[in-house]
Design a protein around this ligand. Structure first.
Ligand SMILES: Cc1cc2nc3c(=O)[nH]c(=O)nc-3n(C[C@H](O)[C@H](O)[C@H](O)COP(=O)(O)OP(=O)(O)OC[C@H]3O[C@@H](n4cnc5c(N)ncnc54)[C@H](O)[C@@H]3O)c2cc1C
Length: 457
């Protein structure tokens, strides 16, 4: 791979003169901050970081990288747990400062640039009483999240974030700037609805929004001794929930920092307060909770509820798979294994996947996962590097013990850094071959390969 030593300094100076953002090399102020992403385990050193302010900066950065033969990485919100937003020795296209947003209240749409996070996005749309499915942790970037499908609290009513994507401004490997819509580029638009960062750099996104101001949501926690009963109750209860109600079940530690293990139900109801209270009454009535934080709140608040569990810079290693069923054996295994988890920030989380998201044809967008059920995720998180081996080992062993209950599909956004091509195929399912054809058309040389990569057909 070429490094900056091989880059023509005159060329770099000429670019810097025109560049609206900043071009950072190792000796520059801000370089170390810019190369750090959410997962503190990732420690890569790009030869150059192009902190873009607009589309023209992105076009120039791609051109420079290609001329110099530098590997390209693309950073939106920097949350990808595998750290694919950063390259060692290549050129990182950093979109974090591209924060523009414009809501059109009459059309109920928003155009948002690729550096926006869900906290920023929800704050802006809430001004107009509008919302769309977004990340369940508000610091996640809209860009990588949406390109990877984007599941969240509102998927039962509005589907995935990518199901609500109307247009994308995309800079291709050749440097073309396309306003991609279903009419202008049907194949590419189909691919961008869940096909990841494979097809170019998305500089802005247009979403369909929906009227929503308030939800009823929060968390009810039970003692860990009741974990098996809680998981079985959860399985029965979620077999017949309305689209408005999404409930996740999590074995975790109390958010008060006490380290106490809990079995909790986290939920969001997007109907009226009366509908919500009627539907969640059995949850309130079940068992003997040790903590209850459940009630009406503005929609953006539910997206920040889990933020404290995922601080920037914490060390993370994730494993995830859709489940064929929430079997008794998985429940028993989860309860047993969670007892020996090495970090008080670790969790075993079961996400309910249902409603509108499952009424889309599996080949209608790049996201094939349209069967109601559950997604298992182990978002292991710890702070002390000395604990890394123990946490990774526990996560892998526990995940392996769950294998008999796995479905074929994998959620693209949750894939970690030791996933092989098979996991990527499982994430794209029957859509992989069409995606590979579209990849060949728009990125035949696989310039954009630091992602959940689809090789050109
Ligand atoms: C704490 C936490 C909570 C999460 N919660 C959810 C959740 O509720 N639902 C869910 O579906 N996922 C969730 N995720 C996963 C998340 O959606 C993915 O990690 C996603 O990649 C993050 O997007 P980003 O822009 O922040 O990440 P980045 O790391 O910046 O980007 C990830 C990858 O996406 C591509 N990419 C990013 N921006 C662009 C762009 N503008 N153009 C082209 N390619 C681009 C690149 O390949 C890049 O490597 C969560 C992750 C974390 C760490």
């Amino acid at each position: 791979m070429t490094t900056m030593a091989a880059l023509d300094s005159e060329r770099l100076e000429a670019l810097a003169a025109a560049f609206s953002g900043s071009l950072l090399q190792a000796e520059d102020n801000g370089y170390d901050e810019a190369r750090q992403i959410h997962n503190g385990l990732i420690d890569k050193r790009p030869a150059l970081i192009a902190r873009c302010q607009g589309t023209a900066d992105v076009v120039e950065a791609i051109a420079l990288a290609r001329e110099a033969g530098l590997e390209v990485s693309v950073r939106g919100g920097g949350h990808n747990v595998a750290g694919r937003a950063v390259t060692d020795g290549g050129l990182m296209i950093d979109l974090a400062e591209m924060k523009g947003m414009h809501v059109d209240p009459s059309a109920r749409t928003i155009r948002a640039q690729a550096g926006v996070t869900w906290a920023e996005f929800n704050r802006e749309t809430a001004l107009h009483g509008l919302a769309v499915t977004g990340g369940q942790v508000s610091t996640t970037g809209i860009a990588g999240y949406t390109l990877g499908g984007g599941l969240g609290w509102l998927m039962g009513v509005y589907g995935l974030a990518s199901d609500n994507l109307l247009a994308v401004e995309l800079v291709t490997a050749k440097g073309d700037v396309l306003n991609v819509t279903a009419d202008s580029n049907p194949d590419l638009c189909w691919a961008l609805r869940g096909g990841g960062g494979n097809f170019g750099v998305a500089t802005s996104f247009v979403f369909q929004l929906h009227p929503l101001t308030q939800i009823v949501g929060g968390l009810i926690a039970h003692p860990i001794d009741a974990a098996g009963d809680v998981l079985r109750f959860y399985r029965d209860f979620t077999s017949s929930t309305s689209d408005e109600l999404t409930v996740h079940c999590v074995l975790a530690h109390a958010p008060d920092g006490s380290g106490m293990k809990i079995a909790a139900l986290a939920l969001c109801h997007a109907g009226t307060p009366e509908e919500a209270e009627a539907e969640i009454a059995p949850i309130r009535a079940f068992g003997s909770p040790v903590m209850e934080m459940l009630g009406p709140m503005p929609y953006p608040a539910i997206n920040a509820m889990l933020d404290d569990g995922f601080p920037r810079g914490a060390l993370s290693y994730w494993k995830s798979s859709f489940l064929s069923e929430l079997s008794d054996s998985l429940i028993d295994e989860a309860v047993t294994r969670f007892a020996s988890t090495p970090s008080t920030m670790n969790a075993i989380l079961i996400e309910q996947y249902h409603g509108a998201v499952t009424r889309v044809d599996p080949t209608a967008t790049a996201v094939p996962h349209r069967t109601a059920g559950y997604n298992l995720i182990m978002p292991s998180t710890w702070l002390d590097p000395a604990d890394t081996d123990a946490n990774i080992a526990w996560t892998r062993e526990t995940y392996d013990a769950f294998r008999p209950s796995f479905a074929e599909g994998r959620w693209l956004n949750y894939l970690g850094d030791d996933e092989k091509v098979d996991a990527v195929r499982a994430a794209y399912g029957p859509n992989y071959d069409r995606l590979a054809q579209i990849k060949r058309e728009y990125d035949p040389e696989n310039v954009f390969h630091l992602n959940q990569n689809i090789e050109p057909a």
